[in-house]
Write a protein that binds this ligand. Structure first.
Ligand code: UDP
Length: 377
């Protein structure tokens, strides 16, 4: 009997990072399965850069991205490409991660060809389908299409149960992003600012709903925090998107304690998080990763589909109004007791074994027994 092919589909940086440990896990079992890493190419450089940390490159790259494409155009190109690859390779299973347009087309492409689809990081929800846009829509469609759901936490599992998905198909695995961060943290040296003795504050902002005025407020607030606290070095890892840079550079580009840097490749970014005292971010992945190192995150959004960190006390939702960000930032930077309370909270997102659980469950559904790991709940 030939080995079943398993598609691990990625398109953007966060998917590359969170799927890489899953791909590596299936590769360990390549005597019984044939994992293929499929990229739609929704992101280009930063996707390859992130995969490099794990020694991976895509087996197929659809390279669908063209400058100025609408969401519908990206979706159509990616769906056509995935459909072609499914016809060519005849996978026994398709895996997608999270909530991007790539996730959406992986789910739809598998559904149209009647191939089972497994959804990694399933069950994250806000209360409105339009926010975050289009991610909330994408992940809901992925759930409808999924044969196996891999929610990272019991909160995300409960969201799926509330939507009446089959409980026997839902498994709490922990987040594969924690597997990735553990792999990256355990390799290489700490290269960031060895001679700087003050506190590093890391800023990342890229989300579509923060483009324009909200991002201006974020940049202004970060500048004010630097001016208030003379021991701070603000490091902004700038997303390549020009819309983001056009806002950040004029406000933050001319200060001797602010570094505007190109987005570091994943391993270096993980090291930069470890070097930071505080993180200001609208990124989903960063909200999950930072608590693994006990670093407080102020979340630059009004809602989050990752409330576990807020409940555990590792993250705080501060929105995008400048005064609020300045107040919350000052409350931590100026108060060691408040800081310590937040830095000591325990990460709720996983134990670094999510990929092993997913490998076990997918292969088992294909009738192949491999070593099991107890579930995360
Ligand atoms: N990341 C990175 N370099 C950077 C900024 C982020 O490698 O300069 C990583 C980060 O550790 C996380 C992922 O990229 O794993 C998050 O991606 P992003 O913020 O683009 O997307 P989101 O998580 O919000 O969907």
């Amino acid at each position: 009997m030939s080995k079943p092919t398993i598609f691990c589909v990625i398109g953007t940086r966060p998917e590359a990072i969170k799927v890489a440990p899953v791909m590596l896990e299936f590769k360990k079992f390549s005597d019984v399965c044939n994992p293929l890493l499929i990229s739609t190419g929704q992101h280009k450089e930063i996707l390859y850069q992130s995969l490099a940390t794990f020694g991976l490159t895509p087996d197929e790259d659809l390279a669908i991205m063209q400058h100025g494409s609408t969401l519908a155009q990206v979706t159509c190109r990616a769906l056509e490409g995935i459909d072609r690859l499914i016809a060519q390779h005849e996978p026994a299973y398709v895996l997608g991660q999270g909530d991007t347009t790539t996730t959406l087309v992986a789910a739809m492409g598998a559904f149209y060809r009647n191939v089972p689809f497994g959804h990694i990081e399933a069950g994250l929800r806000t209360d409105t389908v339009r926010n975050p846009f289009p991610e909330e829509y994408n992940r809901r469609v992925a759930s409808v299409s999924a044969d196996l759901h891999f929610p990272p936490t019991t909160w995300s599992r409960d969201n799926l149960l509330r939507e009446h998905h089959d409980p026997s198909k839902i498994f709490v695995t922990g987040n594969t992003g924690i597997d990735a961060v553990v792999l990256a943290a355990n390799q290489g040296e700490q290269p960031w600012y060895p001679d700087f003795t003050g506190r590093v504050v890391l800023l990342t902002t890229h989300r579509r709903e923060n483009w324009g005025e909200p991002q201006k407020n974020i940049a202004k607030a970060a500048l004010e925090l630097v001016n208030r606290y003379p021991d701070i070095l603000l490091v902004a890892a700038m997303h390549p998107n020009p819309t983001v840079r056009e806002v950040l550079i004029p406000i933050l580009g001319n200060h001797d304690r602010i570094k505007l840097i190109e987005p570091p490749e994943y391993e270096l970014f993980v090291k930069l998080m470890q070097r930071s005292s505080l993180i200001l971010s609208d990124s989903g992945g960063v909200q999950e990763e930072a608590p693994a190192f006990g670093i407080p995150v102020l979340v630059l959004r009004d809602t989050t589909e990752r409330p576990e960190g807020v409940t555990a006390g590792t993250a705080k939702l501060v929105g995008t109004v400048a005064e609020r960000i300045i107040d919350e930032g000052s409350a931590l930077l100026g108060d060691p007791a408040a800081y310590k309370a937040m830095a000591n909270a325990v990460s709720p997102y996983g134990d670094g074994k999510a990929s092993e659980r997913i490998r076990y469950l997918v292969l088992k559904s294909l009738g192949i027994e491999t070593p099991a790991v107890p579930m995360w709940d």
